[in-house]
Design a protein around this ligand. Structure first.
Ligand code: FES
Length: 106
């Protein structure tokens, strides 16, 4: 069964902002876009760049290394040079808590 872990509280991440979260082997970013939360891994599938730290335009995140674009809602590729989706994690809201699917389950 998928485990969810609390990674933030409501109000902690302003709209349009993100929070980077380190797990043992994985760094992920949790984004707030218009009050909805999305989570992807901070590893570009093109060449390992810190994709989640790039510029966000709407739902499109641009990898700062070579400029690939991904949709933070589902991790899908929006533009080259990446061709493989970035790992995304399910987000769940429970009261004031924001939880994500545990990357340690992968
Ligand atoms: S590492 Fe992200 S576009 Fe190359």
């Amino acid at each position: 069964m998928t485990e969810f872990v609390k990674v933030a509280s409501a109000g902690e991440i302003p709209e349009g902002q993100r929070k980077l979260i380190d797990f043992e082997d994985v760094t992920v970013a949790l984004f707030n876009v218009s009050g909805h939360y999305y989570c992807i891994e901070d590893v570009c599938t093109h060449d390992g760049g810190p994709v989640a730290e790039g510029e966000l335009d709407g739902y499109a995140i641009e990898c700062p290394r070579h400029g690939a674009l991904f949709d933070i809602r589902d991790g899908s590729v929006l533009s080259m040079p990446a061709v493989v989706p970035v790992q995304k994690y399910e987000v769940r809201i429970e009261g004031e808590d924001i939880l994500i699917e545990s990357p340690d389950d992968w």
